[in-house]
Design a protein around this ligand. Structure first.
Ligand code: SF4
Length: 348
């Protein structure tokens, strides 16, 4: 009975949030893909994260990175499947500052626009150099409940991100945060989120839901319900009518897409789109967008008929690099149904 009353309360909040959404945005939605340049993490002790379960001598300790052609080929897929690039992410140590700047410039060429980046807290001098090429910076805040944060992210304090947000404001760079729901916070923590958004002028928020990984302290925990995830989205939408809200779902949660869009979210992420491309779950996701009365921009189910080699030829990039991109792109296109990802990390 209490559960039913709570569900009704959430649905009534969602109705209001959806009205606020439609008064501020078109009835559309899209998928946002995070682009990873490496899987390295120097922290590896966030309690919810797959990385925290890995032995010290494993591959996640090595500062390896993907090849430039592989990243640019994926970027071309993102562009021509008409997804958005959520952000460029990876272990910062994988590149020198100049090498990273060069990668970001190349991505600007592919996308024809600036990109969001999520590479930890960046110092102001580096932000200044990146500023002409980045749309915004993402801070992996994870939770606004201080006690929960101290426990789940013992080596990833919030303060450096807050400093980065202040620098970003001075440089007219947009700011986003990631929040994982289900870590131990409650609805009572909403005012802390509200303050953070107001105080630092946050433009975008990524709401993820806990994915209880095996061997972490969260093994056996439940993922947050769609009602709980919707409550946070709806409260945020009503409080901040123009903020960009994105929600993350895994491929087993495609059935909650309509519900979460109806709570006032803008777009969808985390979904393993390359691996799941054209599968039943991808069709379900697109169907869910229709159910919510949203036009889904782009496709998760149909490869467009394009002259991909020609698209690469048209890019203002080095000839050798273009040849390498073509090779990689053709492999990706052939293997579209297979997994291109191993284990997703939790802060990106
Ligand atoms: S959540 Fe991010 S920072 Fe924390 S261990 Fe995982 S990958 Fe590293």
């Amino acid at each position: 009975m209490i559960h039913a009353i709570k569900s009704l309360a959430v649905e009534s909040l969602m109705e209001k949030a959806n009205k606020v959404y439609l008064a501020n945005f078109p009835a559309e939605t899209n998928f946002e893909r995070a682009l990873f340049f490496s899987w390295y993490c120097s922290i590896r002790d966030c309690k919810f994260c797959y990385m925290s379960t890995q032995p010290n001598d494993n591959k996640y300790q090595k500062i390896g990175r993907r090849t430039t052609e592989s990243l640019l080929a994926e970027a071309l897929l993102i562009k021509h499947l008409r997804w958005e690039v959520g952000f460029l992410s990876g272990g910062k140590g994988a590149y020198t500052a100049d090498g990273f700047l060069d990668l970001v410039k190349k991505l600007n060429i592919i996308f024809g626009e600036k990109v969001w980046i999520n590479i930890g807290a960046i110092k102001k001098e580096e932000l200044e150099k990146l500023q002409p090429y980045i749309k915004g910076v993402v801070g992996s805040i994870e939770t606004v409940n201080k006690k929960v944060h101290d426990f789940v992210c013992p080596s990833k304090p919030v303060e450096p991100y807050l400093g980065m947000f202040n620098d970003a404001t001075q440089l007219s760079i947009k700011k986003a945060i990631t929040i994982i729901l289900g870590l131990g916070e409650t609805e009572d923590d909403f005012p802390a989120l509200e303050n953070l958004i107001k105080q630092y002028g946050i433009d975008k928020i990524h709401f993820y839901g806990l994915n209880p990984h095996k061997d972490t302290v969260f093994e056996g925990f439940s993922a947050p319900t769609k009602y709980y995830q919707a409550w946070w989205i709806a409260k945020t939408r009503i409080t901040f009518p123009k903020i960009d809200i994105q929600f993350g779902i895994w491929d087993d949660r495609a059935d909650r897409v309509a519900f979460l869009l109806n709570a006032g979210a803008n777009s969808i992420s985390k979904y393993p789109a390359l691996k799941a491309f054209g599968t039943k779950s991808a069709f379900e996701l697109e169907e869910q967008c229709k159910l919510a009365g949203r036009k889904f921009k782009g496709t998760l189910t149909k490869l467009p008929e394009l002259d991909w080699n020609n698209l690469v030829d048209e890019l203002e990039l080095d000839k050798d690099l273009k040849q390498k991109i073509k090779k990689k792109l053709n492999i990706y296109l052939k293997n579209m149904g297979k997994s291109l990802e191993e284990h997703p990390t939790d802060c990106h």
